[in-house]
Design a protein around this ligand. Sequence first.
Ligand code: BES
Ligand code: ZN
Length: 423
Amino acid sequence: MARPSRVSGRFLSRSTALGLRAVLLAAVLAVSAGAQSPPAASGPAAFAHVTALSQQIGSRPAGSPAFVHATEYVTEQFQRLGYRVETQTFPFQFFDETEPPELMMLTPLEVSLHPATMLYSTPTPKDGVEAELADVGLGREEDLRGKRLDGKVALAQRGQIRFAQKASFAAAAGASAIIIINNQLGPAQTGTLLEPSRIPVVMVPYDEGLRLGAWLAAGPVRVRLVVRTVTEQRTSVNVIGIKPGTTAPAEVVVVGAHLDSVPLSPGANDNASGVATVLEVARLLAEVPTARSIHFVAFGAEELGLVGSGYYVATRTLSVRGMVNLDMVGHGAQLLVSNSAGRGELLGIAEQAAGRLGIHVQRMSFGSSDHESFEKAGIPVVFIHTGDDNAYHTPQDVSSRIDPQLLAQAASLAAAVVLDIAR
Ligand code: BES
Ligand code: ZN
């Protein structure tokens, strides 16, 4: 749903004396830690991982053979750096599209449209559904109250409530399927319904949705929609590269990124960029001893509802002292930092680290990702990202749009935050 929401900036005010003391302490630490300072981050090294994951391996939805290849790639990278690798297996509801969806306007004239299927959409019957369209506004409860859709296909705008809620209100009113109109330019984007829906759910690009709405305002519109999907129980994995702590090995700092993509998207920014950055952080810290342990984690099944990170948190045996999440760090103007609970702790550490490194960051929140699984358990987190991208969750999310310099900045920043907590 990726609705932008500016996190209210709560900057801690300190007395000048305290500030001076902090600067002095940092200087002393920096000198004493001189020998252990990590090497500089490499944009090209990180970018090579983006190419491998998004181009050579390609789209890698959880439960697919490509996802398994991606886990093998990450495992090999961790092992090359000298880390022990643990693989956690967990169950999840696998979702796949056997063929792209089809949507045709039949009357008042024949036009073929470009829909994207929402994850966990139920399929249509084999020959599709053919019915009249019905405008349902935003598809909220109040938009549908008392409406009888009698097998019509609902046409709803994106926004304000979850896709799944629109689908369930439309289904309750008797719709046979629902088409959601994207609210930004570019291709139709997929996204998760979190669980199987009662009726098929697709999105159409903004311009196509506007045209459908205009035709519908002028008279009846008939459409045919074909959606071919399967949902079944499967397993996926988290891949963990482990660096044991020297003096407090039972305490761990997590730096992670989701490895899965949505179907039909190469997932270069979402989220080969984040995994590439985690691998670069792992390289930077390979020779740096830390008091606490570090887990470098490639999470599975994020796109279906943060499943892998939820499993990691639910089954943890070590005390997790902080989590740095990297999701979509390769396309945009600058790095952004946020966390949904608005806990200042790690945000402040990240901002200070960025200041030391000369990296420009701003507090801004976008989307929903694996750090939320940790936040729910009360663990301090920082989410590093580059904000919205109208190509994410589409076939256009390719590596040529990725900026190696942003990857290098994200790696330097994440490594600095991890060292601050794990040292
Ligand atoms: N990478 C996105 C989240 C995101 C979007 C981060 C925009 C930065 C900018 C993530 O993979 C995703 O798609 N999240 C879903 C929800 C999640 C529970 C599947 C989302 O935000 O809609
Ligand atoms: Zn995503």
